[in-house]
Design a protein around this ligand. Structure first.
Ligand SMILES: CC(=O)N[C@H]1[C@@H](OP(=O)(O)OP(=O)(O)OC[C@H]2O[C@@H](n3ccc(=O)[nH]c3=O)[C@H](O)[C@@H]2O)O[C@H](CO)[C@@H](O)[C@@H]1O[C@H](C)C(=O)N[C@@H](C)C(=O)N[C@H](CCC(=O)O)C(=O)O
Ligand SMILES: Nc1ncnc2c1ncn2[C@@H]1O[C@H](COP(=O)(O)OP(=O)(O)OP(=O)(O)O)[C@@H](O)[C@H]1O
Ligand SMILES: N[C@H](CCC[C@H](N)C(=O)O)C(=O)O
Ligand SMILES: [Mg+2]
Length: 492
């Protein structure tokens, strides 16, 4: 495709010379003749240092800040080069699925995009979800490493899906993805906001900055005339609604305070829950086969996304009773030899841990035993807060390693324990660094009527130890380990 054609499609002024574009890359090692190279200042590297090498490898144009030095290729200059790069790349990647929706929030993005995909599928659409679990269609799931890898991969994936006949895609818009312009370009029919709570304050300076990064979804990413589906019961919901309103998006609120879907009541049952809701003046009862208030919230936001993009209400609400568990989200991994259920959940923020514990609490006759830790090279301030949530909500806590990455795992455990000193002093919280041993200890501890919650790693298939050149990923799957331990260890 010609550079001039791309510029015209993206509304970018172009004063030649023209060139044939063969692809887009933000890593100079992926540049081939005809590539447009995005040279960005990052956390670890300055992409501008690789401009010469990219041109040497055949880059025909470079998107970078105006001050960057570009010799031997066209320089597309902008103070926000990542945004310009996304605008230029979008028209290159065609076709794209006709209905795209994006979900942001601290917790619940993966769950919501996956539940949206399931609902679309039950409505007869060829649908996919993109996010932490990778790219999921009804046929397969392919891991991508990051929730939202990079803009060129994102757009290429959309085109690949469209070529396979996928018409509906729900994708996760992480705050990193939004602030780095990794997930935009094509028309986005609707955006959803689930909630906001503490996470990633290593990357964003304040909660306000973190929220502002997420609000780019409504301010800029959702297309003109698109819809905003907002969980209405969060402390940040009012502000999210204000962003959607000032952008002129079609507002669809969900929750107890919701007007699009109003949650009137929720009754936990054995393996699911009954929801009473009101939509368009009609009250309905939904038997949702997922437990926990948080899963009800995500499933209702998913339903909201269908309705806000033209889905049929009767069919959508009826399909909710056939939703299946999202991998690693309150997934029942095993039942111990004494009959204690063992759940795996991806709670890795204080709010998520509180939500996962609250989800299980109505099902606990005896004690709730939680095994968790916190990831290294991530927001440190959330660690004692996670400890506090566990000490307030669980009866027994075993603090173990998550993904230590480049940090000392014992120091991370200490920071978690800092938030639970009283519980530790009473002997109800203890440290078992090795995650397999910790899971074994929790299962051995569990008696009849108890429930074990293994939190933090959900679907993850490895434990990340070390960083940089010394990084190792040891195969590790909480569900598999739970099953092994449940089979080999008896309870007291
Ligand atoms: C903090 C963060 O988001 N970092 C991501 C970001 O890095 P960066 O822009 O800071 O890039 P950098 O590594 O400093 O390099 C700068 C530029 O030079 C380029 N480069 C670099 C080296 C080289 O030899 N040649 C070259 O061209 C790079 O491609 C990049 O464009 O862009 C890189 C390329 O896409 C990502 O690999 C990297 O993800 C790192 C590995 C990461 O851990 N990210 C996590 C925190 C993340 O993004 N997570 C969110 C989910 C969070 C959540 O919702 O909870 C996600 O969306 O996955
Ligand atoms: N609506 C919600 N409210 C509170 N907690 C939630 C909600 N949805 C999910 N959680 C908690 O967050 C965990 C992660 O959920 P999920 O993977 O859907 O979120 P995410 O936003 O995609 O996370 P990530 O930022 O890691 O991509 C769940 O396992 C659960 O503990
Ligand atoms: N998307 C999140 C995932 C965290 C998962 C947890 N297991 C950890 O390693 O901290 C992040 O990159 O911060
Ligand atoms: Mg996710």
């Amino acid at each position: 495709m010609k550079l001039s054609t791309l510029c015209a499609a993206a509304g970018i002024s172009f004063d030649g010379p023209d060139a044939n574009v063969t692809g887009f890359a933000i890593d100079h090692r992926k540049v081939a003749p005809g590539t447009v190279f995005g040279a960005f200042r990052g956390a670890r590297f300055n992409g501008e240092d690789f401009i010469a090498a990219a041109i040497e490898a055949g880059a025909v144009a470079v998107v970078a800040v105006p001050e960057a030095t570009v010799n031997g290729a066209l320089h597309f200059a902008d103070a926000e080069p990542r945004r310009l790069f996304a605008q230029l790349a979008a028209p290159f990647f065609t076709p794209v699925p006709e209905t795209l929706v994006a979900v942001t929030g601290t917790n619940g993005k993966t769950s919501t995009v996956e539940l949206t995909r399931q609902l679309w599928r039950m409505a007869g659409h060829r649908a996919a979800s993109i996010g932490t679990l990778g790219i999921t269609t009804s046929d397969e799931s392919v891991s991508t490493g990051l929730t939202t890898p990079d803009i060129a991969t994102f757009l290429a994936n959309l085109t690949g899906l469209a070529r396979e006949g996928v018409t509906h895609v729900a994708y996760e818009a992480s705050s990193h993805g939004l602030s780095q312009y990794r997930i935009e370009g094509p028309r986005v029919a609707a955006g959803a906001f689930t909630n906001l709570s503490r996470d990633h304050l290593d990357y964003h300076a304040t909660m306000e900055d973190y929220f502002a990064a997420k609000m780019r979804l409504f301010d800029e990413v959702v297309s003109d005339g698109g819809a905003a589906v907002i969980w209405a019961d969060d402390t940040w919901s009012g502000k999210a609604i204000a962003h959607a309103r000032s952008r002129g998006l079609k507002l669809f609120t969900v929750g107890e305070k919701g007007e699009g879907i109003k949650l009137l009541g929720r009754t936990p049952g054995g393996l699911g829950q009954k929801l009473e809701i009101e939509h368009a003046g009609k009250t309905r009862t939904i038997d949702l086969p997922l437990i926990g208030a948080y899963q009800a919230a995500n499933a209702l936001v998913a339903a909201g996304l269908l309705l806000a993009t033209g889905g049929d209400a009767d069919a959508t609400f009826d399909a909710m009773k056939r939703l299946v568990t999202v991998r690693g989200r309150l997934e029942r991994a095993a039942i111990s030899s004494v009959g204690a259920p063992i759940y795996v959940d991806y709670a890795h923020t204080p709010d998520a841990l509180e939500a996962a514990i609250a989800a299980l609490r109505p099902h606990v006759a005896g004690r709730l035993i939680v095994v968790f830790g916190a990831g290294g090279d991530r927001d440190r301030g959330k660690r004692p807060e996670m400890g506090r949530m566990a000490s307030e909500g669980a009866d027994i806590a075993i603090i173990t390693d998550d993904n230590p990455r480049g940090e000392d795992p014992a120091a991370i455990r200490t920071m978690v324990l800092d938030g639970m000193t009283a519980m530790a002093a009473e002997g109800w919280a203890r440290e078992v660094g090795d995650r397999r041993e910790a899971i074994g200890a929790a299962i051995a501890e569990a008696g009849e009527g108890d429930i074990v919650l293994i939190a933090g790693k959900g679907h993850e298939q490895g434990q990340i130890i070390g960083s940089g050149d010394n990084v190792r990923v040891l195969p590790f799957d909480d569900v598999t380990v739970a099953r092994e331990m449940a089979g080999t260890l008896g309870g007291k």
